[in-house]
Design a protein around this ligand. Structure first.
Ligand SMILES: Cc1cc2nc3c(=O)[nH]c(=O)nc-3n(C[C@H](O)[C@H](O)[C@H](O)COP(=O)(O)OP(=O)(O)OC[C@H]3O[C@@H](n4cnc5c(N)ncnc54)[C@H](O)[C@@H]3O)c2cc1C
Length: 458
């Protein structure tokens, strides 16, 4: 970054809102080591700070990289030398919680956990949850259209957002901060910014829908005869009483055993040996127990363990949320795919076979949000396989489109899936994506190279 730009930006937003050198590198780079590579960040306190920064960057052809909690998993917050990072973590205000309308208006840098804690005091919930809840920001979750554990009930972030305020690449403010479900006004422009991964503008304020807070759930770990049995059990639980099934997280048998071994939990390791498992949360223990019996009798499930206390519950959730598999087999490859539920079992069986035929040393692990068919797949082996992305991704993505699924589910495209997006998108849709980017950000300053290839800045 040229010192002339450093000084000009310092002058515009004030010394307190700038980080560079050690003051920047001492911050947590987050999930991706290259997030802070730009070496220069602006930490706005107000929308006006953002407007001034965007205007300056536009006038001087400087690229901007918005960052929230830096928990993104697809390289969308990576920065490089000469770019300006825009860190949103000082814009965290909860502006309003409206208990009658069941909405919240927040600044984009507020973390999910902070907002959830605040709305819970009013008997409400955000209706969206993910493992990175303590660090991921509402703005980052909008930019990636995050999904998580409750998407089968409430949809991904796209369905939680009622209104948005966005600073556009030309520094104008788009004020679409409506607080109502129905607001037809031609094309729903705000939806373009949801899932755009910071490539079309900077989300500054948001109005989110909330939902009534359900009672605490009972946690049960269930082993499956196969995925179809698990889905039938899931559907029966879901239809018993609306809203009582809170979560349903799928884990491959080997994910459970490797994680349980890593956590020194032989009982769970033994449980995992029986087959793939699903972690269910349900709010009515007697109804859950009755349904477990029926499903054991018909053979949809093979065993069940109901957590008796918080410590058992925490141990089971740790198996789901911890990254033990990646520690045990580093340098594997990750995928985040969506599969229609009716095809989940056959997709996994076919994938297992394809991988085995291709190379018998490859191991297949998966966890997933069962209710919406989102699988997080890890393929690894005893030695690193990161250089084999092309051949292995072809095996993972095979048949997905034909069965109505998609190669990318909830983690976004970022840098890592950019080529795959070009390859797997409908060409007309891909062309429209490029045209939209050019129309809203003609000079290409907004998070260039993420999602779509960038043209060089002037
Ligand atoms: C342990 C763990 C569990 C996870 N579980 C899930 C899960 O279940 N479901 C799921 O969907 N994801 C999950 N994720 C991924 C991640 O948490 C989400 O992608 C999250 O939405 C990223 O939010 P963030 O604030 O960290 O954004 P960042 O990582 O900082 O940024 C992500 C993208 O958003 C852009 N961005 C950030 N803030 C703004 C803004 N204000 N305006 C415009 N663009 C912005 C960035 O430029 C970048 O493109 C998980 C991650 C981890 C580490």
């Amino acid at each position: 970054m040229l010192s002339v730009h450093l000084n000009a930006l310092r002058h515009l937003v004030g010394d307190q809102s700038i980080r560079s050198g050690e003051a920047l590198t001492s911050l947590d780079s987050g999930f991706d080591q290259d997030n802070l590579t730009a070496g220069f960040a602006i930490l706005p306190r107000t929308v006006d700070d953002i407007v001034k920064t965007v205007r300056y960057c536009g006038e001087h052809g400087l690229a901007l990289v918005p960052q929230g909690g830096r928990t993104g998993l697809s390289g969308a917050a990576r920065s490089s030398d000469g770019q300006v990072i825009l860190m949103m973590h000082r814009m965290t205000k909860i502006i309003a919680i409206d208990t009658l309308s069941q909405t919240a208006i927040v600044e984009a840098g507020c973390t999910l956990q902070t907002l959830e804690d605040a709305v819970r005091l009013h008997g409400l919930t955000c209706g969206i949850d993910l493992g990175a809840r303590g660090t991921a920001t509402i703005g980052g979750m909008i930019a990636t259209n995050a999904g998580g554990q409750e998407a089968f009930r409430f949809g991904p972030m796209r369905q939680r957002v009622l209104g948005l305020e966005v600073v556009l690449p030309d520094s104008r403010i788009l004020d679409d901060l409506t607080q109502v479900i129905k607001a037809n006004g031609g094309y729903d422009v705000k939806q373009l910014f949801i899932g755009a991964e910071g490539t079309l503008g900077i989300v500054t304020r948001v109005c989110l829908r909330l939902a009534p807070l359900p009672p605490d759930g009972i946690t049960a770990l269930v082993s499956l005869s196969n995925c179809n049995g698990g889905i039938r059990f899931f559907r029966r639980l879901e239809s018993l009483t609306q809203g009582r099934l809170l979560r349903a997280e799928l884990m491959s048998a080997n994910h459970v055993t490797v994680s349980a071994d890593d956590h020194g939990n032989p009982a769970l390791a033994a449980f995992g040996k029986q087959g793939d498992c699903v972690l269910f949360e349900y709010t009515d223990q007697s109804a859950l127990e009755a349904e477990l019996e029926v499903s054991l009798d018909v053979g949809d499930i093979t065993d069940a363990l109901i957590c008796k206390n918080e410590s058992e519950r925490a141990s089971v959730w740790k198996i789901r949320e911890d990254w033990a598999v990646d520690r045990a087999f580093p340098d594997g490859l990750w995928f985040d795919v969506s599969v229609p539920l009716a095809q989940l079992n056959s997709y996994l069986e076919a994938l297992r076979q394809r991988l085995q035929c291709h190379d018998a040393d490859l191991k297949l692990f998966y966890v997933g949000h069962m209710g919406d068919g989102n699988l997080h797949i890890t393929v690894n082996a005893a030695s690193p396989i990161t250089s084999r992305y092309k051949e292995i991704s072809a095996l993972v993505y095979q048949d997905l489109k034909a069965m109505g699924g998609f190669f990318s589910a909830e983690h976004g495209i970022g840098l890592e899936k950019r080529e795959a997006l070009a390859e797997h998108s409908d060409p007309v849709k891909y062309d429209l994506l490029n045209q939209i980017k050019k129309m809203i950000d003609p000079s290409g300053i907004m998070n260039p190279g993420k999602v779509l290839p960038s043209e060089d800045l002037k």
